[in-house]
Design a binder for this molecule. Structure first.
Ligand code: PHB
Length: 397
């Protein structure tokens, strides 16, 4: 057997995305050391286009924990969204309804801020690792084995191990089947996402229901915009020329008010498949799962990144207590606390998705019913308030 170099730490974290890095950052602030092991290089993560909306408490967490205040300078505060149907926009006024806003600040920027903060604080984060495996999960010395970016065999031994390794989590697969329950929902559609070099078409996000299917008009910067339209999961991006994409997007937001999207060069095209998924419990022995490793949501409610950050916050608090009291039983609280938020987000994401998308086999009844549902939401203060509350994020417990 080849000799491995062994590192000892308190918390070993598999996955250096937002959940893993935020957890490592919060633990460091509490004086607890950790090692993060990530498969991708820093560059690869920075170049992946991801979603872009932060809840109020996610922004607070980034700022108050000292990760960065760049979100306040470069992010855009959104005080509401537009729900568009029947060719008209209806504003959901978050500030007026619940006194909260969201921030448009891409996940890539959150990652850059977290990676810089971890580097600044001298953290042990290993990017570009291969052959990662986790061992001895139910013992009091679980471990992570991997080959580092220089091809050297490594082993991290820790008191607690965290699987924050994304939706195709290797850590989750290591939980024996009788010990986990998995809940799924598949959707018969996907999103066609583009990045386009154009000025913003609207000051806030537009979620549009149309006879041709859903479209979302989002933004990135003054010169680059992010937009999506519902498509078939098997859609081939190469079958879509720029002209065809603009025609489709324009048709899906067209209406009496004459709304037109600002068009421009399309610099990225991707089909995003999605599903709803939860793995329960989020703990096995001394391994805890966080973020997409434990749950994924359709992007319609903009909850994925926010859930990952919320998991990290709860987990940091409980790990700190478990370490101080030398009592791993404190971690029994993790799964129920995290899952309470996860299931609310599952419902909200499912609800937004099913209210706004066109099912392939939709009857006229189904479409009229959706329009009735959308009218109920925008005309009722209670309906709009529920949406505003959920979208801007439930308070941290
Ligand atoms: C995005 O800007 O990428 C975005 C915004 C809102 C969503 C999903 C994605 O619900």
């Amino acid at each position: 057997m080849t000799q491995r170099s062994v590192t000892r730490t308190t918390v070993g974290i598999v996955g250096g995305g937002p959940a893993g890095l935020m957890l490592s950052h919060l633990l460091a602030r509490a004086g607890i050391d950790s090692v993060v092991v990530e498969r991708r290089t820093r560059r690869e993560i920075e170049e992946t286009v991801r979603a872009g909306i932060l809840e109020r408490d996610s922004v607070r967490l980034l700022v108050d924990s000292g990760v960065s205040d760049r979100v306040l300078r470069e992010g855009h505060e959104h005080r509401g969204i537009d729900l568009r149907f029947g060719g008209t926009s209806h504003r959901i006024d978050f500030q007026g309804l619940v006194g909260a806003s969201t921030w448009l600040y891409p996940q890539t920027a959150v990652f850059v801020d977290l990676a810089e903060a971890r580097e600044r604080d001298g953290a042990d984060v290993r990017y570009g690792c291969a052959d990662t495996a986790v061992v001895d999960l139910t013992s009091d010395r679980p471990g992570i084995r991997f080959t580092d970016a220089d091809g050297v065999g490594q082993e991290v031994r820790c008191d607690f191990l965290v699987g924050a390794d994304g939706s195709r989590s290797m850590c989750r697969q290591e939980v024996p089947e009788p010990e986990r329950r998995q809940f799924f929902r598949e959707y018969p559609f996907a999103w066609f996402g583009i990045l386009a070099e154009a000025p913003p078409s609207a000051p806030e996000l537009i979620y549009s229901h149309s006879a041709r299917g859903f479209a979302l008009i989002s933004q990135r910067t003054e010169t680059v915009q992010r937009m999506y339209f519902q498509c078939d999961p098997e859609e081939d991006v190469d079958a879509w020329s720029e002209d065809r994409i603009w025609e489709e997007l324009q048709a899906r937001v067209a209406g009496e008010d004459g709304l037109r999207l600002n068009e421009g060069l399309i610099v990225d095209k991707t089909v995003l498949r999605f599903r709803s998924f939860v793995c329960e419990p989020m703990r096995y022995g001394n391994m805890l799962l966080a973020g997409d490793a434990a749950h994924t949501v359709p992007p319609t409610g903009a909850k994925g990144l926010n859930l990952a950050l919320a998991d990290a916050r709860v987990l940091a608090e409980l790990l700190e207590r478990a370490v101080r009291k030398n009592d791993p039983d404190v971690l029994d609280e993790y799964s129920p606390r995290a899952l309470a938020r996860v299931w609310k987000a599952q419902h909200f994401s499912y609800w937004m998705t099913s209210m706004l998308h066109r099912l392939p086999e939709a009857s006229d009844f189904d479409v009229r019913r959706q329009l009735g549902e959308l009218s109920s939401v925008v005309e009722s203060r209670a309906g709009s308030t529920y949406l505003a509350e959920a979208y801007t994020g439930w308070p941290s417990l």
